[in-house]
Design a protein around this ligand. Sequence first.
Ligand code: ASP
Length: 500
Amino acid sequence: MSLSCAGAEIVFWFFLSYADCIILHMARTQITDTTKKIGEIVDIYGWVAVRRDHGKIIFIDVRDRSGVVQVVLGPWSGEALYAQAQDLRSEWVVHVQGLVKERPANLVNPDVPTGTIEIEARELTVINQSKTSPFPLDTDGYAINEELRMQYRYLDLRRPRLLRNLMARHRIIKHIRDYLDREGFCEVETPILTKSTPEGARDYVVPSRLYAGKFFALPQSPQQYKQLLMAGGIEKYFQIARCFRDEDTRGDRQPEFTQLDLEMSFVEREDVMRLNEALLIDIVTTLFPEKKIQEIPFPRLTYKEAMETYGTDRPDLRKDKNDPHLLAFAWVIDFPFFEKVEDKKVYHPGEQWTFTHNPFSAPRPEHMAWLMGKEHIGEILTTQYDVALNGFEIGGGSIRNHQPEALEKVFEIMGYAKETVTANFGHMLEAFTYGTPSHGGIAWGLDRLCTLLLNEPNIREVIAFPKTGDAKDLMMQAPAELEEKQLRELHIAIDEKIKK
Ligand code: ASP
């Protein structure tokens, strides 16, 4: 009897303290929600944006992820609290407990969402102090030296514009995931440590410790894996995938970037284009209702038409280029499959001919005979489709060659030796001999799409921790040297000439 009573008591105490935890946890009010709590005591947590001393009254603008609110202290606050507030500096992290008060009509600030209220502080706790920020955080930041912004990116991210960009990017990605999930797609992660294969750009490589003299490569895209997923019967795959390309600085590129990567089995070009067009329209109309899509369905141009009319394969079709909310999507199709190597300044181990887009693409069905006969090579058109937006390429894909003989012909035309083909693509050719379905897909440059939708001038503004144009991470100070011991383990000797 007494035992069970004690038991009940323990359960009761446990319940109470658990409930306390919930109450404590729930006690934080997001700053934008304070307007709904007039007459209540709230607890806000955030950063001191500005402190203004007006003689007997101190105003502190406190900022959290949701916004900014004015906290006020005066003679009524008591000396100790007032003195505490006088010490506060910008970017200190604080917890303020206070009473939400409606402002008299003449003091309402219509420019701030919380401008109808202010918080009369009752208690103040400094959670952490801050050194003076090397640059202002209350501007849009465009005028600040970008290298400095990157070095202190964690401060730069406090800027409302950057916060807005990351939140919008999150919503775009979530929207894509939900949409494709409803369409029956399965998100699959593919390896980051993979093999170096000639796919167009230079690979980032990772030395193997266990296998001296051998290297992994970081994927330029999940192209081969997604095709092997089709061989594996996945049928509808997508991934928000990180891709790595070791290219020399080329304008607004990043060594690592994000794709929406997607592949489908038993499809024609039309199916892939239709799905992607619908998804792009859905993202814009749901998340960016202020934007106007110039033309639906998206206009389609052949590569030839685009080059002849606009001199580029990613034409900017906007009728009014001054309108920041106008989106002119366009598909470009019927690209040549091959081009002469000397026309393309990319890393390429073969001779004479190389692919314009993707070695795994199928030719247009009517040109399959030319491919198999290795005839009219320069005239063979690929099933490649690119999607352009306001003059930028935001995606591209194709229907693939699922017959091993046809894929082999592509490599032969590019002059790859049999051993090179076996060493680099043997697994693909082998997989295609085991009943690989017909398939096709696409990849979007997600950073670029976000940049355009958010009207940002470059992709670094929509990436949390971007690298500089010359491929450095200024915050982490990467790339960096390794310890002698690490180098030894990796069987790497640094050339004396490049040692300091
Ligand atoms: N893997 C290709 C790329 O990264 C896209 C595709 O064809 O799906 O450009």
